[in-house]
Design a binder for this molecule. Structure first.
Ligand SMILES: [Zn+2]
Length: 255
């Protein structure tokens, strides 16, 4: 942390986290924070007990991309359907190119050239830094003791005096808070252990990473669409190998 020259190179992000108009938190965080780290921090600032959280994910509001992107911890064991990894922490969720009659949910209006296939981008929140997220409005959704909740997050890059920057370099900072998450006001102590998730913050993130991710994603889709075309036109011997290394699940069935 001794290299001061880097301190000038980033704008911290001010996050307004709102459960509703009465319960809000304004927090300052580093743009290099990952969504996974943000998840941990939201629980802390709203005094929520992590062990009561059964599920969570981030959804971008006002997405600019035509293909829906889903941010969560990607656990291969828990994913239904087919996924193809295209970059670290980035996956295409898709209909199988050899599926005779795809019945997958359609996530976007399909163009003619990708007929009968659907795609969604899955991103592992542990790889995704705030500065690369293509939306300033995010919904953080979670289940707490079997109840579903949503917290609206608004992200704004801000200019701050250098001294302030050095402070948020180490720990995200709560600027303002109103209300309690639960009206009964059940609070839990902040565990300092959790703070360790924010250290060390990477200073090597390049904005080109995001372009590479998009490029890899498009290339991956092209390959799948191409495979689908070949399958529909030729239907000869299947040479498809699943990302797991196994034989094609569809053609192996019909043999
Ligand atoms: Zn096949």
């Amino acid at each position: 942390m001794g290299d001061l020259s880097n301190t000038f190179t980033f704008k911290p992000i001010l996050i307004r986290a709102s459960k509703d108009s009465h319960c809000t938190r304004d927090i300052l965080v580093s743009p290099f924070m990952t969504l996974f780290q943000l998840h941990k921090f939201i629980l802390i600032v709203f005094d929520l007990n992590e062990s009561s959280i059964e599920y969570h994910n981030f959804n971008l509001l006002n997405q600019l991309e035509s293909i829906e992107t889903f941010y969560e911890i990607i656990d291969h064991q828990e994913i239904d359907g087919f996924i193809t990894p295209v970059a670290p922490g980035v996956y295409i969720e898709h209909t199988h190119p050899h599926e005779p009659l795809p019945l997958f949910s359609i996530y976007q209006p399909l163009h003619d050239d990708i007929i009968q296939m659907s795609f969604r981008m899955l991103r592992d929140e542990r790889y995704c830094k705030l500065e690369t997220i293509p939306s300033q409005e995010i919904a953080y959704e979670f289940q707490h003791n079997s109840q579903h909740y949503s917290i609206h997050l608004n992200l704004q890059p801000v200019n701050l005096p250098i001294q302030f920057l050095e402070e948020i370099d180490l720990h995200p900072k709560i600027i303002h808070k109103t209300g309690h998450f639960f009206e009964t006001n059940t609070t839990f102590p902040i565990h300092h252990k959790l703070m360790h998730y924010y250290l060390p913050l990477s200073r090597n993130c390049k904005t080109t990473d995001e372009n590479q991710v998009k490029h890899a994603f498009r290339t991956g889709i092209e390959k799948l669409v191409d495979e689908r075309r070949r399958f529909l036109l030729e239907q000869k011997d299947c040479h498809w190998v699943e990302p797991t290394g196994e034989k094609c699940v569809y053609c192996a069935l019909s043999m």
